[in-house]
Every structure is written in structure tokens, then in C-alpha cells.
Design a protein around this ligand. Structure first.
Ligand SMILES: Nc1ncnc2c1ncn2[C@@H]1O[C@H](COP(=O)(O)OP(=O)(O)OP(=O)(O)O)[C@@H](O)[C@H]1O
Length: 740
């Protein structure tokens, strides 16, 4: 019945869309309405298309006799009383499906999980929620355990799937947490942080659509492998208004394809870079040692140090960014040059003319040139290339790209800007050749510079204002027509102008641009989002945070991560340390405690690595055991090629990853078999991913490679959903005694 209803809705939306697309001409109002309708029907069609698999996955039977079905979107009986046929999983009425337990059944008698394949029901799992059944379940308080375990046992495909059918109580409470303020979600590996973050995005867009549709939601992940891995989840939930991005992709026009060494990335991420960059900008505001000579109109004008210092103080005193303050600097110096030029002009004018005795009331220094003459001289000066070059040599117009490139390619400039804040060795790590590519750690620096430099957009603003005037005039015209129509139709109805003025109308016209909020946001550095979600938030450096905070001034954010998995040298060890500078202690913490990915046998081994990160940390409880113990072998005498073949076979069609220290990547690539189910990755790239089988090569080297080596090893050991093998160079890994 539900699929029949879905088909009817699809046909109706398709019919409406075809009909709208077939219409042409008409009044401006009709055109506007058509545009809106086209977008609405296209979006609806896409949404109806995305829910085909697993349309309905749950049913609740209440003690009161009522039955409801829960699914991927809401369907209503439009022919009857508009009764819900299917409840959207995000609707408040669907909540008991995720929250009801035997101890607190919320009126639910039976919860049924329905598993479908295409349009066929293949399995049902029922739970009777009464107190006698309370102690039957798992002590982790799982809802729909059979369905959950079935979902977890599935082979991994290399793309994350949604978890709408089996969201657990502690996850549900986070997903539906209120929109405002900063919500931090801390949870160990495999606790569903990523899944929860994405479902929260879908929930917020559903619940606060009015607020979020125009500004969009930004989801930030650690790298593009990860973004590809999670890319399908939101579309499968019917949501497209979300921009998925890494921090390195958030500066429009820059593709950060270069790579920094660990040291350089760490230094670039430090908070002191703020002061270093500010000083680097100040260094570009020069005064001459003594005097700068400028040729003009066959003579020489002079800008002495004192005049330039005065101009610089005045410009800096405006507290505007560099490129905007430049106007004050240039204005002051042009004034000085104009005065000199005018004086010279007067001298030239009277050269050879005999002195004429003054009459009564006349003074010798009366101006010969009037204001218009002076303005003309100023304009000529402003248009002179020589003058322009001279002013530019003192206070150049700068782009972030140019300033940062100059800074990193000139040891002198860097030394001057850094002062005592960086050692010589640290500065050497930052130095790089002129022709190098931008790196992800450069992007927050460019963003910082964009703020410090500002954009002198006088011309663009004038152009925009001209366009807006035109649009307003057009809108006035439309309103006029609408008003006339209205008078004919009904004198009594609310007049259009009462609710819509020309400005608002013009704005609406603009807002209905074909692009989604996410698409427009991607091309605009100054775009601010309605909500920001950051995954693997522990990896971000202080400079990354500054960039992200600029994109979300409302501070409506969800940050998910695990401070025990921090691998980035500039990343955080504590949430307070990370957030304090922006929100003080105004953030709320929720924790996830159950590991859905990694079986208990593997977690026992991984807990040994966790204890080395910090003995006080506790690994999350695994939801299941696999019955397969992880194995360990020495690298010497082991053929990796045949070991990987064995693992691929054991994965039975599932995915396998070989995780190794970066230094071994190339060598391993040469010996490993080609297979689309096999991934070879450095630990950093494996962050957030999962595979059916994992082979960790040379764990000792992973540990030794960085100051966060144990964190990295912990990440590597917790990527497997079934099988883990360790090929060590010296010693076996020790599980934590008493873990599990
Ligand atoms: N309620 C659930 N139902 C079904 N599967 C779930 C549920 N919660 C989590 N999972 C699955 O568990 C696995 C781990 O989830 P996820 O990647 O979101 O964890 P994570 O906390 O982000 O892990 P890490 O910190 O290691 O990256 C995924 O395959 C996810 O689909």
C-alpha cells in the first residue's frame, strides 16, 4: 500500500513538473510562480526517488490499540482525513520507535523492525516491551537488537549507509538535541559519531527547515577520502541542502593539493600565527628611510619620512583592514603631493613676471589656483603611473595569496614578522619554493589574511547598487501590476503592498536563484551557515577553528570527535582547551558509550594502545563478539602478498584494508595484489573509515612516527568490523590486562 502511494505521489509530482515546464510567457508574477514550482516539484521528485530502498522499516503497536508505521519520509492519506500512512522518522510521533524500552515503554506494546529488499519484506523482528521482558535484552540497553545486529553484520561496501532503522536511544537523544548553542559529542571509535552527526543534519533540516533552508548546513570532515565515504548518507535521507567539505576546501578559488610535513602543518596551525600574520601585514606598510622622490610633470616631488609616518598613523588609526585603510594613506600622501605640485605650478607661473606692488587689503600669499584647479592636479597625480608606483611601494594593495606566498618564500620577511615567536628551525620548516602548491594548512592562514587585508570593493559595490536599483524599479513595476489586478479581483483582500514592499520582492527574486544554499555557499568566502557540523573535530588546529567560527557566527554547532584519537600534531587533547577561546564554557557535552563497529576481541587488543595514550581513558563497550581472535605475526618471514590474499578470501566479498606507516606506503603498493575490495592507506587517511578486515603493518613504526603515535595506532586497530591481523617488526602488541 505504501509503495503504491509512493508511486502515485511520484506520478503526480512528475505530471506537475512536466506541466510547469511546458508553460511559457505570462506576467512577471506568473514567471516567478513557475520558477518556484519547478524547484519545488524537482526537489520533491528527488526526495521521492531517494526513499525507494527501505521506505518503511518500523511499526509500533500501542497499548491503546493504535498502530503507526515509521519510514524514510511522511506519507498521508490525502483522500481521507489526511491521516498519516507513514511517519517520517524525524517526526516527534516517531520517537518511541527509538526510545521506548521495556523499562520505559512510552505506551508501546510491540516494536517491529521490518527489513525489505526492493519492495519485498524479507524479515520481521518483534520486541514486546513489557517489564517481564526487561531483563531478556542486552545490558547495553539496545533497541531492536536483532535488527541492529543484522545491520552490523553486513559486509561493508566502501560507502557508509544510513542507520535510520536502528538508531539507538543515546544516539537519538543527540540527533534531536536543540538547534542552538554548541553541542559536543564525545565517543570512542565505532560509537556512531559520524552516523549521528549526519542524521542530526537531516533531522535539523527537517525540523527547522525555515531557519536552515536559506543559510544551509556545513558538514566538515577530515579529508576527501572520508567525504567520499559519507557522501551518500544525506542524499539517501532525501537531503541536499548540506555542503560537505574539508577545511582545506573552504577558501573559494584555492585548491589545496599540496602537502605539508607534520612539523610545518603543526606550526601553521598554532594560534601565534594570528600575530605573525598581523605583523606580516604591518611590515607591508612602509615609510622611506629618508625621502622618496616621485617624478611628476617634468619635475620631482618629495615624500619625506615624517609625512609618510603621519599618513601611516592616520591610516592605521582607521582600524580598517589593510586594503581599505590604504585609502586614508593614499589620500594623505596625495594631499601632500598636490600641495607641492600646486606650489611649483605657481612658482612656474610667475617666473619672469615682475613684482606688482600690492594694493591695500591684498596679501602676498593669496591663492592663485582655485579649488577646481587643485582637484584637477590631484586627479592627475592619482592617475600618474609614477605616483601610483611610489604609493604602491609604500602601501601595496595585497591579496591573501600574494602576501602568504611572499612570506613563506622569503626568510627575511618571515623572520621579521615572526620576531621571537618562532625559532630559526621552526621558520626553516615553513620555508618553501615559490612554485609550490597550496596545502590544507595554508587555507586557514589565507582566510585570516583575507580578514586582515579586506577587499577594496568600492567598484563592485557601486555595480551591485546599480543592479539593485534596477531590480527595485522592476519590482515596483510588478507590484503596480499586481495592485491593479487586485482591485479588479477583490477590493477587500489584503493589498499586496501591505505585505510586500519592492525591496523585499527584489530580494525574493534573488533568493529564488536556481542554486541550492549549499552550492551558493561553496563559492562565497563570507557565507555564514545556519548550522555547522564538524566530524573528527579533535583533529582541527586553532587556526582551523578560527576559520570555522567565522563561517558560523551564530555558534549553532555540533562537534563530534574523540580526544583519544587525535592524530594531528596541532589537534586538541581537551574539548575545553579547543572551545574555550570562542564560547568559554558555554557548550554542552553528550557521550556515546557503545561501540557498534569493532568486536570485543579486537577491542581488547586496542585497549592496550589506548592505555598508552592515557591510562585514565576507557574504550567503549563493544556491542558484539565475533568469535574471531585477532592474529599477530612477525614481518620477517611473512609474505604480505599471500597474507592479504588470505584476508581477502576470509572477508568473503567484503572490504580489506592494509594500514601502515606513511614511510612504507610506496614499497607496499608495489607488492600488494590489485583488487577493488582492497585499500592501502596511511593511518591518517584511515580516520573515520571502516573495513571488514584490517591488516596493521609495522605498528612499532606507526607509534614512533609521531608524538601522537599511540593515538594513531589506536585508530588503526579500531577500523575492523570482523577481522584484525597485526604484522609486527619486533614485538607482539599486548592487550590491556583485564580489558573487555
Ligand atoms: N544505531 C546503529 N545502527 C546500525 N549501525 C550503526 C548504528 N550506530 C552506528 N552504526 C554503525 O557503526 C559503524 C561505526 O559508526 P561511525 O563510523 O559513525 O562511528 P564513529 O564514532 O564515527 O567512529 P570513529 O571515531 O572510529 O570514526 C558504522 O558502520 C555505523 O553505520
Amino acid at each position: 500500500m505504501l509503495y503504491r502511494k509512493l508511486d502515485t505521489e511520484r506520478e503526480a509530482a512528475q505530471r506537475r513538473l512536466t506541466s510547469v515546464l511546458g508553460q511559457t510567457g505570462g506576467t512577471p508574477q506568473a514567471r516567478t510562480e513557475r520558477d518556484v514550482a519547478t524547484t519545488t516539484y524537482s526537489e520533491r521528485l528527488a526526495q521521492l526517488g531517494s526513499v525507494e530502498q527501505g521506505l518503511c522499516f518500523g511499526r509500533l503497536d500501542f497499548h491503546a490499540g493504535e498502530t503507526v508505521y515509521v519510514g524514510r519520509l511522511g506519507l498521508f492519506d490525502e483522500d481521507g482525513d489526511y491521516e498519516p500512512l507513514l511517519l517520517d522518522w524525524r517526526a516527534p510521533a516517531a520517537r518511541p520507535f527509538y526510545l521506548a524500552t521495556a523499562a520505559s515503554p512510552e505506551g508501546v506494546r510491540r516494536r517491529r523492525h521490518i527489513r525489505t529488499l526492493s519492495r519485498r519484506v524479507v524479515a520481521l523482528d518483534d520486541e514486546i516491551l513489557d517489564l517481564h521482558a526487561a531483563d531478556q535484552g542486552h545490558d547495553l540497553g539496545l533497541a531492536g537488537e536483532a535488527a541492529l545486529l543484522a545491520a552490523l553484520e553486513r559486509h561493508r561496501t566502501g560507502e557508509m549507509s544510513d542507520i535510520v532503522a536502528t538508531i539507538q536511544g543515546e544516539q537519538d537523544r543527540i540527533i534531536r538535541d536543540e538547534l542552538s548553542g554548541v553541542l559536543v559529542v564525545q565517543g570512542g571509535p565505532g560509537t556512531g559519531k559520524t552516523a549521528v552527526a549526519l542524521h542530526r543534519a537531516a533531522y535539523l533540516l527537517y525540523t527547522y527547515r525555515q531557519q536552515l533552508a536559506t543559510r544551509g548546513v556545513l558538514v566538515v570532515g577530515p579529508n576527501s577520502t572520508f567525504l567520499r565515504y559519507i557522501g551518500q548518507v544525506l542524499p539517501s535521507l532525501g537531503e541536499t541542502g548540506v555542503l560537505l567539505s574539508t577545511v582545506g576546501q573552504l577558501f573559494p578559488g584555492i585548491r589545496a593539493t599540496g602537502e605539508d610535513g607534520r612539523e610545518a602543518a603543526e606550526i601553521k596551525g598554532r594560534q601565534v600565527m594570528v600575530d605573525i600574520l598581523a605583523d606580516a601585514v604591518a611590515d607591508r606598510q612602509q615609510v622611506p628611510d629618508d625621502c622618496l622622490e616621485v617624478e611628476f610633470d617634468g619635475g620631482v616631488l618629495r615624500l619625506d619620512r615624517e609625512t609618510c609616518e603621519r599618513a601611516r598613523a592616520k591610516a592605521r588609526g582607521t582600524l580598517q583592514p589593510h586594503n581599505l585603510a590604504r585609502r586614508a594613506f593614499v589620500g594623505e600622501l596625495l594631499e601632500s603631493l598636490a600641495a607641492q605640485a600646486a606650489e611649483r605650478f605657481e612658482v612656474d607661473l610667475f617666473e619672469g613676471v615682475p613684482d606688482i606692488p600690492l594694493r591695500a587689503g591684498e596679501t602676498a600669499d593669496a591663492d592663485v589656483l582655485d579649488a577646481r584647479d587643485r582637484a584637477e592636479i590631484r586627479t592627475e597625480l592619482a592617475n600618474s603611473d609614477k605616483v601610483h608606483d611610489a604609493l604602491n611601494s609604500l602601501w601595496p594593495r595585497l591579496t591573501p595569496q600574494r602576501l602568504l606566498r611572499d612570506l613563506l618564500t622569503s626568510p627575511d620577511r618571515l623572520a621579521s614578522a615572526a620576531g621571537g615567536r618562532l625559532t630559526e628551525t621552526e621558520r626553516a620548516f615553513l620555508a618553501r619554493p615559490v612554485k609550490s602548491r597550496w596545502t590544507p594548512a595554508d587555507v586557514p592562514l589565507l582566510d585570516e589574511l583575507a580578514e586582515l587585508l579586506g577587499e577594496d570593493d568600492t567598484e563592485q559595490r557601486a555595480e551591485r547598487e546599480r543592479r539593485e536599483r534596477e531590480e527595485r524599479a522592476y519590482a515596483e513595476g510588478v507590484l503596480h501590476i499586481l495592485e491593479q489586478d487586485e482591485e479588479i479581483i477583490d477590493e477587500e483582500i489584503l493589498r499586496v503592498r501591505d505585505i510586500l514592499d519592492a525591496e523585499l520582492f527584489a530580494e525574493r527574486q534573488e533568493a529564488r536563484s536556481e542554486l541550492t544554499a549549499a552550492e551558493r555557499a561553496a563559492g562565497d568566502r563570507k557565507w555564514t551557515f545556519g548550522h555547522l557540523i564538524v566530524d573528527e573535530a579533535q583533529e582541527l588546529s586553532p587556526m582551523d577553528w578560527r576559520l570555522l567560527m567565522r563561517r558560523c557566527p551564530s555558534r549553532s554547532m555540533t562537534l563530534v570527535g574523540d580526544v583519544a584519537q587525535t592524530g594531528a600534531p596541532a589537534g586538541a587533547s581537551s574539548w575545553q582547551e579547543m572551545l574555550g577561546p570562542y564560547v568559554g564554557d558555554r557548550w554542552r557535552l553528550r557521550e556515546l558509550t557503545v561501540n557498534y563497529r569493532t568486536p570485543a576481541e579486537i577491542m581488547d587488543l586496542a585497549a592496550g594502545a589506548l592505555a598508552r595514550v592515557d591510562p585514565a581513558l576507557r574504550a567503549p563497550d563493544s556491542v558484539r563478539e565475533s568469535g574471531i581472535e585477532p592474529w599477530q605475526r612477525p614481518l620477517e618471514g611473512t609474505s604480505l602478498e599471500s597474507t592479504v590474499d588470505e584476508e581477502l578470501r576470509a572477508a568473503g566479498g567484503g572490504t580489506v584494508a592494509v594500514l601502515c606507516p606513511l614511510a612504507r606506503l610506496e614499497a607496499l603498493r608495489a607488492v600488494l595484489p590489485e583488487d577493488e575490495r582492497l585499500s592501502l592507506l596511511g593511518v591518517e587517511e584511515a580516520k573515520g573509515l571502516e573495513f571488514d578486515g584490517v591488516l596493521v603493518v609495522a605498528p612499532e613504526e606507526i607509534v614512533a612516527a609521531s608524538s601522537r603515535g599511540w593515538n594513531d595506532l589506536y585508530v588503526a586497530l579500531t577500523r575492523a568490523t570482523r577481522r584484525l591481523g597485526v604484522v609486527y617488526t619486533e614485538h607482539q602488541l599486548e592487550p590491556l590486562v583485564g580489558a573487555g
